[in-house]
Design a protein around this ligand. Structure first.
Ligand code: SF4
Length: 299
């Protein structure tokens, strides 16, 4: 890695999420900061982000729910259902809350392609919920690729006319956490930062620099193969995956050092190319995810 200069935000970011969440928890215990309410709204998507969050270890997600925030609404995790669940959502709107949104906003037919519940017998669309909750939220976190820019839900031909949440809340600051899915540390670290210090520093696409400031390619353990022109020809090869279609050279996020599933491995560590899931434009702009036509130089 000699000669590759990394932004200073990268140098400590592996410790960041753990340090942030443990500082937030201690501060809440000591009473120096207060727990905030969190509304976790799931819109048009596969619920892959909430499943990923359940793998959280800094702290684990259940501990976070009870210790760091008061979670008021979460489509997948709450016990209440039907109008009882919407009652709780409406009650939560009466006080301050942070809004986390997973999934895209479906615009087709006035939002009717994505219904999140009903109220007094009338459907509530994801579009209505996102706008209503977003306008009143103290902070908004877009969790995962569908929420940040439409992601898989907006992939061609995009039959539901899905878009990212920024498009329906143009005047609100949104902290973007792209990824398919999001890493639990990216979400929990951002949430802890909000509780302790307010909004984290972000780049020009509103992604927290503490997680999204360096290209995967610049910290990849296979970079020396790339520099010497030694490329894998098939999945399973241990050299640079560029010619199989690796999107590490255009994807800014900290997977090489943070790793996944309890920090044990990541796609390139398991001999599959990065598919650029944490980059805006995913998936259409990153396809095809694998390429065996070596004459095209991996493009
Ligand atoms: S495997 Fe991908 S990220 Fe790693 S050096 Fe090769 S092209 Fe770059």
């Amino acid at each position: 890695m000699e000669g590759h200069i990394l932004p200073k935000e990268c140098l400590t970011n592996d410790a960041n999420a753990k340090k942030l969440t443990s500082t937030a928890l201690k501060s809440i215990k000591r009473g120096t900061i207060k727990k905030k309410s969190l509304i976790y709204l799931e819109l048009n998507g596969c619920s892959g982000n909430i499943i990923s969050l359940l793998n959280g270890e800094n702290p684990d997600f259940e501990y976070m729910l009870s210790s760091m925030v008061d979670i008021k609404f979460c489509n997948s995790l709450m016990a209440a259902e039907g109008e009882n669940a919407i009652d709780l959502l409406i009650k939560a709107m009466g006080k301050e809350y942070i809004l986390a949104v997973e999934g895209a906003v479906a615009l087709k037919n006035n939002g009717l392609y994505n219904i999140v519940g009903s109220w007094k017998g009338r459907p509530i669309t994801g579009l209505q919920a996102a706008q209503m909750l977003g306008e009143k939220a103290t902070n908004i976190i877009a969790v995962g690729a569908c929420a940040t820019h439409g992601g898989v839900s907006a992939a061609k031909p995009n039959p539901s006319q899905s878009v990212g949440i920024e498009q329906v809340l143009p005047n609100k600051k949104i902290i973007n956490l792209p990824g398919c899915p999001v890493h639990p540390d990216w979400f929990l670290g951002t949430l802890a930062h909000l509780l302790l210090y307010g909004e984290p520093k972000t780049d020009n696409l509103d992604r927290p620099l503490m997680f999204y400031s360096a290209l995967i390619h610049d910290r990849c353990p296979r970079r020396n193969f790339f520099d010497r022109g030694i490329f894998a020809e098939k999945l399973g090869d241990k050299t640079c995956l560029f010619k199989l279609g690796c999107r590490g050279p255009v994807t800014k996020v900290d997977c090489p050092t943070r790793q996944w599933n309890g920090h044990v491995n990541w796609p390139i560590g398991d001999d599959t190319p990065c598919i650029g899931c944490a980059q805006f434009g995913f998936p259409d702009a990153m396809a095809p995810f694998i390429n065996y036509d070596h004459d095209k130089d991996g493009k």
